[in-house]
Design a protein around this ligand. Structure first.
Ligand code: FAD
Length: 298
């Protein structure tokens, strides 16, 4: 990081040293990142990428940090969050091109206003468009891959290209971007359909209400901690293995939703990790099923 001190990174967007990751994640957990950058546009992003590659600085791109657990030691390198022009959303008939930095609620408002249906299932998901593509976000049997036409990418070599849905390798809450951290997603094009505004609003309300009734939304969390194994819901297994309310420090398995671990105040990443292990052990003992974490530990 010394080289970085010597050579200033010149971008239009924000640059912060020793950024606490608590403030950038929905878990409200995590040590500091050496440097945090919010590139404002593609030129900024290219400068950031060149800077990292010249000085061999590791980087990660984050959205709203709503599927991330950052370790207490923080991140040695650069954390990039797309801002400015990356938050723009454009309409092309029934198709929408959304910047990876746009928030999902802003996207839902945008398409509702234009009477385009098809993204209601994303209601209540506190992520960005980029994070939603990477994790193939979804609910109630629908996911973003169902609507994706293409995604635009810039690589760590500063090359840009477009991937079709097959090349994105969408899976259950996963995509190629989870394996290949050298790819930065900048835009996505989705196919929607014309619909009546009132109907869209009513479906968004339905989805939001269902989530409010079932999820512990008054405490910080990262949504579902484990993937659902084949044939079962992870929440059901966790509840029936007697894990509800299990606690390590301020990390607790929610009483309301077994697959949520909540931060009751001052939980550390190590508490969450220990609790994840305890839950896995209990479920393995009781059902002989190996739960796999859905939350990504950095
Ligand atoms: C209360 C709550 C409810 C939730 N409900 C749901 C739900 O119903 N369904 C669901 O699927 N998820 C849900 N989630 C999880 C989470 O909100 C989603 O996975 C969301 O899509 C993550 O978006 P994000 O912007 O926060 O991504 P982050 O958590 O910041 O990042 C996720 C991954 O994407 C990568 N990434 C982000 N942006 C880029 C980019 N531009 N280029 C390359 N890589 C990038 C990161 O490196 C990381 O690997 C919930 C979370 C919470 C806290």
């Amino acid at each position: 990081m010394q080289l970085m001190e010597q050579r200033r990174l010149k971008v239009k967007g924000r640059v912060v040293k020793d950024q606490s990751m608590r403030e950038l994640t929905s878990f409200k957990i995590g040590g500091a990142a050496d440097i945090f950058v919010v590139p404002h546009n593609v030129d900024d992003l290219r400068s950031v990428i060149s800077f990292c590659s010249q000085d061999k600085i590791p980087f990660i791109v984050i959205g709203n940090g709503s599927k991330l657990l950052i370790r207490d030691e923080g991140f040695r390198g650069m954390v990039i969050k797309l801002g400015g022009e990356f938050q723009e959303i454009k309409e092309e008939g029934d198709e929408i091109i959304a910047g990876a930095g746009a928030d999902l609620p802003a996207l839902i408002d945008f398409v509702t206003e234009r009477e385009l249906g098809g993204l209601e299932f994303l209601a209540g998901i506190p992520g960005t468009v980029g994070g939603a593509v990477v994790r193939n976000a979804g609910a109630f049997g629908e996911s973003l891959s169902d609507r994706t036409i293409w995604v635009k990418v810039i690589s760590a070599n500063n090359e840009d290209f477009i991937l079709n849905p097959g090349e994105v390798k969408f899976g259950y809450r996963s995509s190629i971007f989870l394996e290949n951290k050298n790819l930065i997603l900048t835009e996505v094009k989705v196919q929607l359909f014309p619909d009546n505004r009132e109907k869209i609003i009513s479906r968004v309300k339905d989805v939001t209400n269902k989530k409010m009734q079932t999820q512990p939304l008054s405490f910080p969390s990262a949504g579902c901690v484990f993937k659902n194994p084949q044939f079962y819901s992870a929440g059901y297994l966790i509840q029936n293995a007697g894990c509800l309310g299990m606690r390590v420090g301020d990390a607790q398995v929610s009483f309301q939703h077994g697959n949520f671990i909540i931060n009751k105040g001052n939980a550390k990443a190590k508490d969450i990790i220990q609790l994840i292990e305890k839950v896995k052990e209990r479920v393995k003992e009781r059902f002989n099923i190996n739960l796999e974490p859905e939350v990504e530990i950095i």
